[in-house]
Ligand binder design. Structure first.
Ligand SMILES: Nc1ncnc2c1ncn2[C@@H]1O[C@H](COP(=O)(O)OP(=O)(O)OP(=O)(O)O)[C@@H](O)[C@H]1O
Ligand SMILES: Cc1ncc(CO)c(N)n1
Length: 275
């Protein structure tokens, strides 16, 4: 009997350039889980190892710029990503390396999550690397996704209302010419995010009563990258990413002693869960 050839399945490849979270809820681990759950082929170029759990970060070990470049080159040379998500990059030389590599490879659909501080409060970006992030990386992005404290730091504004969120988005869009999604996870009344580009679009979200929000930002930016890799617009990708994230928060996973991880596999069917 002839053997059947099983080589016609295609998945949109997506690359995450980010740090590793040993507790699995944020960083590279969250990104790869999100990509799998969103039917994309996830790949990684690791910027740093973190020793981390739901209570905090106890250590960070950056990779060398040379080794980061090797990882990015190895990926692009073989399975060219349709979208790239950039998360934690704590150091100037690493930011420069990423910017050079993405330009050399003509990377498309770049989503930059300007990670500065973990949900647990630990610092993930060195003070002297902020200007490098703004000069080298943010202008290359298709979309940047700061949360409210990151948007405050990048603009120098205080953000207390929806009008302030729109104004901060406008300020960053005018400066970097990348579309800007200001995330409202740190707002009080709801969890609505605003996209500022050539137009302003609100993505309304009601606040889900779950204290376990470790890695929500990583998950959202990766899910957006998946939408872009599949050919959806920025606005469609955000809307689709937000509903995936809401499902992962609503699932009510409860792990760890601090603000725990969300359930990336919430769509896994009952028949698999009961095995
Ligand atoms: N309790 C919640 N209920 C519903 N949506 C939420 C909640 N908390 C955060 N979100 C949503 O999660 C996404 C990430 O927002 P957030 O502001 O928490 O990012 P972040 O601070 O970068 O995340 P991280 O915790 O990974 O650092 C946004 O779409 C936000 O609206
Ligand atoms: C590695 C890593 N990246 C990003 C975040 C932000 O949630 C985190 N806590 N850890």
């Amino acid at each position: 009997m002839d053997e059947k050839k099983l080589t016609n399945r295609s998945l949109a490849p997506v690359l995450s350039i980010a740090g590793s979270d040993s507790s699995g809820g944020a960083g590279i681990q969250a990104d790869l889980k999100t990509m799998l759950a969103n039917d994309c082929y996830g790949m990684s170029a690791i910027t740093a190892l973190t020793a981390q759990n739901t209570m905090g970060v106890t250590g960070i070990m950056d990779v060398t710029p040379e080794f980061l470049r090797k990882q990015i080159d190895a990926v692009f040379l073989d399975i060219s990503p349709k979208a790239v998500k950039i998360g934690m990059v704590s150091d100037k030389a690493l930011i420069n390396t990423i910017a050079e590599a993405l330009e050399d490879w003509h990377a498309e659909n770049i989503v930059v999550d300007p990670v500065m501080v973990a949900t647990s409060g630990s610092r993930l970006l060195k003070e002297d690397a902020i200007s490098c992030l703004t000069e080298m990386l943010l202008p290359l992005a298709t979309l940047i996704t700061p949360n409210i404290p990151e948007a405050e730091l990048l603009t120098g504004m205080t953000i207390q209302s929806k009008t302030d969120m729109e104004q901060a988005g406008r300020c960053l869009y005018d400066r970097f010419h990348s579309q800007v999604l200001i995330k409202g996870g740190h707002a009080i009344e709801d969890a609505s995010d605003v996209l500022v580009g050539t137009e302003v679009i609100w993505f309304h979200g009601s606040r889900i009563d779950n204290p376990n929000t470790h890695g929500t930002g990583c998950t959202l930016s990766s899910a957006i990258a998946c939408g872009l890799a599949k050919g959806y617009s920025v606005a469609q990708s955000i809307s689709y990413a937000k509903s995936y994230l809401s499902g992962a928060l609503s699932s009510g996973l409860d792990l760890g002693r601090g603000s725990g991880p969300i359930d990336h596999g919430w769509q896994i069917q009952e028949n698999v869960r009961s095995l």
